[in-house]
Ligand binder design. Structure first.
Ligand SMILES: Nc1ncnc2c1ncn2[C@@H]1O[C@H](COP(=O)(O)OP(=O)(O)OP(=O)(O)O)[C@@H](O)[C@H]1O
Length: 245
């Protein structure tokens, strides 16, 4: 089942073309990593897909009513803003707003998945940066939408919580939902995403399985780097090495 379909999506911001004719999709069961240099247009792509900024072309999500969209996709923006000093538990429960219910099950599951049970009664505004990120991921998880879109959700998390969060994404994909996330850690992207979309120069440079996408040529063109790549018993190992000048 397709959860997001973008066809020829183009975005111009302040007279500058940021995205040109991007056509990609996300299906149930996928963890899709959107990668590329700073400023290449990853956030712009997600925001346009969600209908948050004007774009030409087609996005299946932007075409929905706001109510339908809130039940179809949970969105975790890059800016981690917690507006009120509510408890972590109450913050996560806000994820249930689109459903207009007081279901505790999804809230408890989200707290458990993000290892937030010991922090449930703490003021969300008093948490550390990484703890706040985990609380905001939990809020998105509690929304229990078919698709989760998250902009750099694991930035600032410690290694254990980065791996744990990627495993949560893999679990929800295995349960028939889908995840699209941006990230800058190519090693984690290679290891935990089922598919990678590489943006470069306003459009999609590569789209496919991590081992097919992370080639020497693509890495040089999209990131100006070389990388060491090996296959371990535990899966792919990927280490960026040096800049290509
Ligand atoms: N509101 C805006 N007005 C004008 N230009 C913008 C606006 N928002 C973003 N841009 C520009 O659009 C380009 C794409 O920005 P975007 O935030 O999508 O990049 P990104 O790939 O998510 O980068 P990063 O990895 O640094 O988060 C950048 O050059 C940015 O300066």
């Amino acid at each position: 089942m397709t959860l997001l379909q973008l066809e020829n999506l183009s975005v111009t911001l302040r007279n500058r073309r940021v995205l040109s004719d991007v056509s990609v999709s996300v299906a149930a069961g996928e963890v899709v990593g959107l990668i590329g240099r700073n400023g290449v247009g990853k956030t712009t792509l997600m925001r346009a897909a969600l209908g948050l900024i004007p774009a030409s072309g087609h996005s299946s999500l932007a075409a929905m009513t706001p109510n339908a969209r809130a039940k179809a996709v949970a969105w975790m923006p890059q800016t981690r803003e917690i507006a009120w000093p509510v408890s972590v538990e109450d913050l996560v429960a806000l994820g249930r707003l689109p459903h207009d219910d007081r279901a505790r099950g999804p809230v408890e599951a989200a707290l458990r998945h993000m290892a937030l049970e010991p922090l449930r009664n703490r003021r969300a505004t008093n948490l550390s940066g990484g703890e706040q990120a985990r609380a905001l991921i939990a809020r998105a998880l509690a929304q229990e939408t078919p698709l989760l879109m998250a902009d750099e959700p694991i930035a600032g998390l410690d290694p254990e919580h980065q791996i744990a969060t990627m495993e949560v994404f893999a679990d929800i994909a295995a349960a028939g939902r889908g995840v699209m996330l941006t990230l800058h850690d190519i090693a984690l992207a290679a290891r935990h995403c089922t598919r990678l979309i590489v943006l470069s120069e306003n459009s999609v440079l590569a789209d496919g399985a991590p081992s097919d996408v992370l080639t020497e040529g693509t890495l040089a063109r999209a990131f100006s780097i070389t990388a060491y790549h090996a296959q371990s018993d535990d899966g792919p190992v990927f280490q960026p090495l040096r800049r290509v000048t």
